[in-house]
Design a protein around this ligand. Sequence first.
Ligand SMILES: [Zn+2]
Length: 447
Amino acid sequence: MGILQDQLYAHSPIRLQNWLISLYGIKLYRERYGQYYEQELERLRRDPNEAAPDASLKHLNEFLQFCAQHNAYYKRLFKEHGITLPLESLEDFKRVPPLEKETLRTDETIFSDLHAPIIGVTGGTTGKSIQVRFTEYDYQIRMAHLDYFKEQHGFYRGMKRASFTGRMICPRTQKNAVYWRYNAPMKQMLYSAVHSNPMTIPHYIDSLNEFRPVALDGSPSDMIEIAKYLKTHQKTLAFRPIALFPTSETLTPSGRSLLEEMFQAPVYDQYASSEGAPIVTECEHGKMHLRPEMGIIETDDSGEAFVTSFTTHGTPLVRYRIGDRMTISEATCSCGRRDTIIESIDGRQMNYVETPEGYKVFEGDLTAAVGVLPNSIIQIQVLQHKIDEIEMLYVKDEARFEPGHEVALRQEVERLFTTRMNVFLREVKSIQKEGNGKVRVVKRLYT
Ligand SMILES: [Zn+2]
């Protein structure tokens, strides 16, 4: 993101910033949409349901062979643990020890010995950032899968899109109420997640009404801000997008239904991560699918996920402890795709409330508690002030919230704990975002 950190950018007039964004857009365009991208997208369009019974093992063996040849870390690891390739079965794969975040962050031998010019950086809630490298091939295959996912829902590359981004596209001190920049090569209006708040939201809505995007993507908390504003002020949008594609934050069921109501468009979720986790996408039947050529996701008894991603040749992720919790389903989906179904993605492993008894109540369980109410709560945040005291902040949907809902919600939350935990609820107008423009569902405020 060199161009955006540049002092030159920060001090340029908006017109010049739009030009610089577009210039950067051309660079991204070339990296993303080359021959690998085109070939993969064509392949997906031709054979949408390809999934032979042993597809996972075949793709896994190819990837592990690559690691054994081009990656010093895995070469050593396989030798130490007596892993011989190709593996006979997925059962053998369990003998490969998990890759830890700390290894990814500190061990230089994790980078493969080939040209991998595309850098991915994860912020992470721990404050420690991890840098990974992708080859152009990796990146283009990922883009093809994401674009194919959107095509399934009617959005094609070249259509106008609005994207909510946590990147610093406008200087923090900007006086002008223009919180968006235009990336012309991709017909993409970028909206700053960092600048959106209840005061600035009307400007965002005006801009969207003028731009009339076919789809919206990016941080869902900003789309929710917009939906809340529309609802409160009994307004409607002057356009109707064909779909919303939120990324990078956990979307609650109530947040989702508010988005669908106010944008009058279906929401389709996806899961990926900047480290390069396998892409999981939602089908028209509302199920999250993992294709066998993307990677493998395993979970342990506690629901912690380990991901292996075949589009990470630069920094291979093999049984990577990604820090998310998931539930994998054995069922098949009525859409007919014969791949792995991820029943639920239950949020970050580290986002939990610690109880006085020493057990953990995870973000997913806390947001699920809201499900006891008929979509009358739009957003929540749980602040843990002490080991035995939590406060749940909630934003209500004015039209649906009834007296008695708060009591019902508190009882539901209390069921997750013993009587030693003191549970308080407080209504707020909005949930404050972190510096990166995202909302954290669980925050621990003591050390
Ligand atoms: Zn499906």
